[in-house]
Design a protein around this ligand. Structure first.
Ligand code: AMP
Ligand code: ZN
Length: 699
């Protein structure tokens, strides 16, 4: 949804009072979008719309410098870090880049650099037709700073608001492309390497497929997926995500190690970092622009998203003298690519019904190539989106992929509107079962109200047998739909009661294939707890969350009991669920809500008769230094929260308890410990400092 209205007053027509009001509105609006983007990883508007807001703000400020607000968005980058991670103050701020939207802007930038210098010997080096600049693809991910001391990785931090970021050391350590130790020699004793954490298309697509199966919200684009994956309180989740790091800059360095960008990139490579092989040293603005055009042509075939080219003045002595203006360096600029758009016709608007009964409208398009990818569907999100953009079947529309893999309809071409194109009427009943649909007040989505809705039931069964759940071979979507139709399958437990004799008689089946299917089903009567939980299709509870629950509650009985206890959403069981790292209050509410539902209880009761859910198998004793050990934490830890420490210990197979006894193996003592430390001394339990603990935790 864009709030940038099309008929806003041009900047040069604004009165002073209007300008003042407009700056106030823009400050609020940009802050709102910054939060969505940087903290929630869930932007509401496209990058282009966001850039337009920022540009308008800058243009008004340029015309009325005395109106610049103390909280102006032009003075900061991003948003302050969220809670949950320790904060890191960057020794050198991590800045943003100014944008150039077209070649004219780029020429202006080069002129500005030249005009900055006076002395003839300087000017000679910075003439626009000869100045040396590094041109680098601007990969669309999130920037990250990695600090090395004595060649050893000691900290990873996000950019945050540029001054303070989040400590994501444990997360970046899980990336294969982040060296734990620098290679070669000749690195400064202290060096902060900066670069981009990003996700490539295949990994992104696979991740979204998994999330779709788990009914978890999809990531809008690889950049949001990268940000959401890096900023996980449980680094084990980060480790499962296909994240990469490429290095393009540095911050603090205990000694100078280079005189130019081109040379610095060589060093970074020698130390074990991945640098972008496309980066090119250009001489003069024309070469730089040629590189931009060249990369624009290659863009669609790269495995990762780039949204522009960054030009950086190559010589560091010049760079240093150029310095910074508020939030961006004067020696670099990002030359953006235009969004990838194309025109096509809306052939139909279809409504899909999800596992939770949500009705999602999808535009069926005349297939069209957008930035190298054939697009034939675009998500319309919900009823309001269709209304706001007034999209009708038959209209010609502009579709856009701006790093977003799910294409969007930007707007309709007004001239293409024919009086025959009827306004789209959002159905008030489910297109699959015909039951009334409901739109909850304050929400954008319509739901099918029928819990027995075939679309939902079939979707749920399909999820139940899917690879990361029961993984039943030979029971495809089509079979499920047919069995459901004929009353052979209603609930998950029915899967285990399928009669091979009945199936063998069905069209397309024989005795052998029927027996094969029931054998495949029987082979799954023993199931692990995490698969079992994942299979249930609880909203927001995919494989990762299911694992977390299994790891914590260990047995099915204990888990079900605890979820039932927690249904009133207060008390110890509720607290315990909420204390689990990686489970927010919304997810917790969805889980207990699901278990509280009578219908779901019956499903569980029936499944219990058919299955054996194995207890969660902790890592075997001795397989990690903490496996099978009992551990107690006391006092304040510096590097991680108590919750995180607890989650980590459990992940390594330890049991965490809150009081010290003779059975305790380790007591970890942080700052200002209480009586537990004394007790540990008395009982002669092994005491670990925070450093000792970190060594164990990271092993
Ligand atoms: P922005 O935050 O959009 O103003 O742009 C600045 C961001 O671009 C940096 O913080 C980096 O995350 C990102 N970026 C991607 N590639 C590069 C690169 N080669 N050089 C500098 N910044 C880059
Ligand atoms: Zn329905």
């Amino acid at each position: 949804m864009s709030r940038a209205s099309k008929d806003e007053t041009p900047v040069d027509k604004l009165s002073k009072a209007e300008a003042k009001a407009e700056l106030k509105r823009l400050a609020a609006e940009i802050t709102h979008h910054d939060r969505l983007y940087y903290q929630k990883d869930a932007p509401e508007i496209s990058d282009a719309e966001y850039d337009a807001l920022r540009r308008r703000n800058a243009a008004i400020e340029a015309r009325f410098p005395d109106l610049i607000r103390a909280d102006s968005p032009s003075k900061r980058v991003g948003a302050p870090p969220t809670t949950g991670f320790a904060k890191v103050r960057h020794p050198h701020p991590m800045l943003s880049l100014d944008n150039a939207m077209d070649e004219d802007d780029v020429r202006e930038f080069f002129k500005g650099v030249r005009n900055f210098f006076r002395a003839p010997e300087d000017v000679k080096r910075v003439e626009p037709d000869r100045i040396a600049v590094m041109a680098e693809p601007k990969i669309d991910g999130l920037s990250c700073s990695l600090r090395y001391e004595g060649g050893k990785l000691v900290r990873g931090a996000t950019r945050g608001d540029g001054i303070t970021g989040e400590d994501v050391t444990r997360n970046v350590e899980t990336l294969g492309t982040v060296p734990k130790r620098l290679e070669g020699r000749f690195w400064p004793d202290v060096i902060e390497v900066r670069g981009e954490v990003y996700m490539e298309h295949p990994g992104f697509a696979a991740l979204n497929r998994e999330r779709k199966k788990a009914d978890e919200p999809l990531f809008a684009n690889p950049r949001n997926a990268a940000a959401g994956s890096l900023r996980q309180l449980d680094p084990a989740i980060t480790a499962q995500r296909p994240l990469k790091f490429f290095a393009y800059a540095w911050g603090e360095a205990s000694e100078p190690f280079t005189k130019s960008h081109a040379d610095a990139l060589k060093h970074l490579k020698a130390w074990g970092f991945v640098t972008d092989p496309h980066s090119k040293l250009c001489h003069g603005v024309e070469q730089a622009l040629a590189f931009h055009r060249d990369m624009a042509a290659k863009r669609a075939s790269l495995p990762y998203d780039i949204d522009g080219i960054v030009y950086k003045v190559n010589d560091l002595d010049l760079e240093e003298r150029l310095g910074f203006v508020s939030r961006a360096p004067r020696w670099a600029i990002a030359h953006k690519f235009p969004a990838q758009q194309a025109q096509t016709v809306v052939k139909a608007i279809e409504i899909q019904v999800g596992r939770q009964g949500t009705l999602t409208p999808v535009a069926k398009l005349e297939p069209v190539t957008v930035g190298g990818v054939v697009v034939s569907n675009a998500s319309l999100h919900n009823e309001d989106e269709i209304k706001d953009k007034d999209i009708r079947v038959g209209d010609t529309v502009i579709v856009q992929r701006a790093g977003d893999v799910i294409p969007q309809i930007v707007e309709i071409i007004k001239d293409s509107r024919h009086e025959k194109h009827a306004k789209f009427k959002f159905p008030h009943e489910c297109p699959v079962c015909g039951s009334p649909a409901l739109r909850v007040e304050g929400e954008a989505a319509w739901y099918c109200t029928n819990i027995a809705c075939p679309a939902q039931a079939v979707e749920r069964l399909r999820h139940f047998v899917s690879r990361e759940a029961f993984d039943i071979e030979g029971l495809g979507e089509k079979h499920i739909a047919e069995f459901w139709q004929d009353g052979l399958l209603k609930t998950p437990a029915d899967i285990f009661r399928l009669d091979p004799a009945k199936i063998a008689k069905r069209e397309g089946w024989g005795e052998t294939s029927a027996r094969k299917l029931t054998a495949a089903i029987d082979a799954r009567r023993d199931v692990t707890l995490d698969r079992f939980i994942n299979a249930l299709g609880i909203p927001q509870t995919g494989p990762a969350t299911a694992k977390l629950l299994a790891r914590h509650y260990r047995s099915y009985k204990k888990w079900r009991h605890a979820m039932t206890e927690a249904r009133d959403r207060h008390g110890a069981a509720w607290q315990e669920l909420n204390d689990l790292h990686g489970i927010g209050e919304n997810t917790a509410a969805d889980i207990v809500g699901f278990i509280a539902e009578r219908h779901n209880q019956r499903v569980l009761d029936e499944l219990e008769k058919e299955l054996r859910v194995a207890d969660y198998a902790a890592p075997a004793e001795g397989s990690t230094p903490l496996a099978g050990k009992t551990i107690v934490f006391t006092g304040t830890l510096e590097a991680m929260s108590r919750n995180e420490a607890k989650a980590r210990a459990e992940a390594l197979g330890a049991t965490v308890t809150s009081s010290v006894s003779a059975k305790t193996d380790y007591v970890v003592i942080g700052a200002d410990p209480g009586s537990k430390a004394t007790k540990a001394h008395e009982l002669g339990v092994k005491i670990l400092s925070e450093d000792d603990w970190l060594k164990l935790a990271r092993s």
